[in-house]
Design a protein around this ligand. Structure first.
Ligand SMILES: [Zn+2]
Length: 115
C-alpha cells in the first residue's frame, strides 16, 4: 500500500502519524528506510529527518536510521561504524604524530641550551 499524500495542505505530523501507525503493524517495525520508502512512498529525506530527531525509538524500530554525518550511509548512530573506525584511527595517528613532534622539539631546545 502506498500512502496518498497528494494534497498540498497535508502536514508532516499527519504523515508521521499515519506512518507510525503503519509501522506498528505486525512486522513492519523491522523495516529499513529503503523498504519504508518503497512501500509507503514517504520521502527518504523526511524519514531521515524524523530519525535524526529521535522520532523512531531504536528499541522499537531497530532498522530505521538517519544518514551518517560523514558519508551519508543510513545508520542508527551519528556516524556509521566505518566512519567511526576511520576517525578513531586518524585521531590515534595524530596523537602519535603529536608525541613525536613534541620529542623532536624538546631535543632541539635542549641542543640549543647546551651549546
Ligand atoms: Zn559514515
Amino acid at each position: 500500500m502506498k500512502f496518498q499524500f497528494n494534497r498540498l495542505d497535508v502536514r508532516e505530523e499527519d504523515i508521521f502519524a499515519e506512518l507510525h501507525h503503519f509501522l506498528l503493524r505486525k512486522n513492519n517495525r523491522y523495516m529499513t528506510n529503503d523498504e519504508i520508502v518503497e512501500k509507503t512512498g514517504v520521502s527518504g529525506d523526511l524519514l531521515a529527518k524524523w530519525a535524526k530527531n529521535g522520532k523512531f525509538k531504536s528499541s522499537i524500530f531497530p532498522n530505521i536510521g538517519a544518514p551518517c554525518e560523514r558519508c551519508g550511509t543510513i545508520t542508527q548512530t551519528r556516524l556509521c561504524l566505518n566512519c567511526s573506525e576511520t576517525i578513531t584511527g586518524t585521531l590515534a595517528k595524530e596523537e602519535r604524530d603529536r608525541e613525536w613532534f613534541k620529542k623532536i622539539n624538546q631535543k632541539q631546545r635542549s641542543t640549543y641550551h647546551y651549546r
